[in-house]
Design a protein around this ligand. Structure first.
Ligand SMILES: [Ca+2]
Length: 329
């Protein structure tokens, strides 16, 4: 890892589920990142759980200097879509449950307002990792039309990809875009900033096989950090094992948001990027949230996104190890 230079200025917009936890742990552990805030959005779990989960993590890491912002409690069109079967009833693998959590880091400033302010105060420097539905990002954009242009880069974990090279069965709709298709549609259509998309299928390519997960992560010397990782992750690992026979997708732990965060933390993780015009189906009867990537230029539109199509798996796993390496707790 390179020695600290100018730290990356980062805001994490998250719907704190288990893979969000991994991504946040990585960012908290990285030596060259300044986290200016964490904004919470509804997605994997209801908003109130997400707020509690992030506080649980920040208190465990003694990072009470990081403000937490409350975001949208539902999508732009009013839908509320959760994933308790993947992330547990509390969103953190039932590790937080009914524990008493002090939510003293919660700012009175709404997430969209804070996002717009932080982008303005750090014009051209702020990187946002959007690892939940894009509701807060869209709302910041509607509040402040300059928001998107003030960003350095917007990384989005979301969307599907149907390029044959992936050799996976595309599910057609990825959770974050399905949870707020209208927000995803508007962000892709209206933002004039560098947007990098980490699709669900890309994250499937970086699945950590169960055996490697055991040897490299779960059987490590149990420090406070590994105990926290296991406490929160076990539910997702158990879930993945129940669908182990699903063709090609679930052969280990797929931590979608961790793959996104690895690209944010170290751009050399990214091996291949395709510049393409992409849009999202906002109102479809059976496929709302489906991302259409115009690989062959049918729409005759200029490219608006960079879709990451390959990552360095070794480098990803090296960064993912930050989840269990005990440096600060
Ligand atoms: Ca997420």
């Amino acid at each position: 890892m390179n020695p600290p230079t100018n730290p990356l200025k980062l805001v994490i917009d998250t719907d704190p589920g288990i893979d969000d936890c991994h991504a946040i742990m990585m960012a908290l552990s990285h030596p060259n990142v300044q986290i200016l805030g964490i904004s919470i959005v509804t997605g994997n779990t209801p908003l109130v759980n997400g707020i509690r989960n992030v506080h649980y993590l920040l208190h465990a890491f003694n990072r009470t200097d990081i403000p937490v912002f409350r975001g949208a409690d539902r999508a732009i069109d009013g839908r509320q879509k959760y994933a308790p079967h993947v992330h547990g009833e509390d969103g953190f693998g039932n590790a937080v449950g009914d524990k008493h959590i002090d939510i003293d880091l919660l700012s009175v400033e709404p997430a969209a307002v804070a996002l717009a302010r932080l982008a303005r105060e750090n014009r051209g420097e702020l990187v946002v990792a959007a690892i939940g539905p894009l509701t807060n990002i869209f709302l910041a954009h509607r509040l402040d039309p300059e928001f998107n242009r003030n960003l350095k880069t917007l990384y989005i974990m979301g969307g599907n990809c149907t390029v044959p090279k992936f050799q996976t069965l595309s599910i057609g709709i990825e959770f974050n875009f399905a949870a707020d298709p209208l927000a995803a549609s508007r962000v892709l259509e209206e933002f004039q900033t560098k947007m990098r998309i980490i699709t669900f299928e890309l994250t499937c390519m970086s699945t950590i096989p169960f055996e490697k997960l055991e040897t490299d992560f779960l059987r490590k010397k149990h420090t406070a950090r590994t105990r926290l990782f296991i406490e929160i992750s076990q539910f997702l690992i158990d879930f993945a094992k129940t669908i182990e026979n699903d063709p090609e997708l679930f052969t280990g732990l797929n931590s979608c948001d961790a793959v996104c965060m690895a690209c944010v933390l170290d751009e050399s993780v990214i091996k291949e990027v395709k510049h393409v015009y992409a849009c999202v189906e906002p109102f479809g009867a059976v496929a709302s949230g489906h991302m259409i990537s115009d690989w062959y230029g049918h729409f005759k539109r200029a490219s608006n996104v960079e879709i990451i199509t390959d990552v360095d798996k070794n480098k990803f796993e090296e960064l993912f190890r930050l989840c269990v390496e005990d440096t600060s707790i």
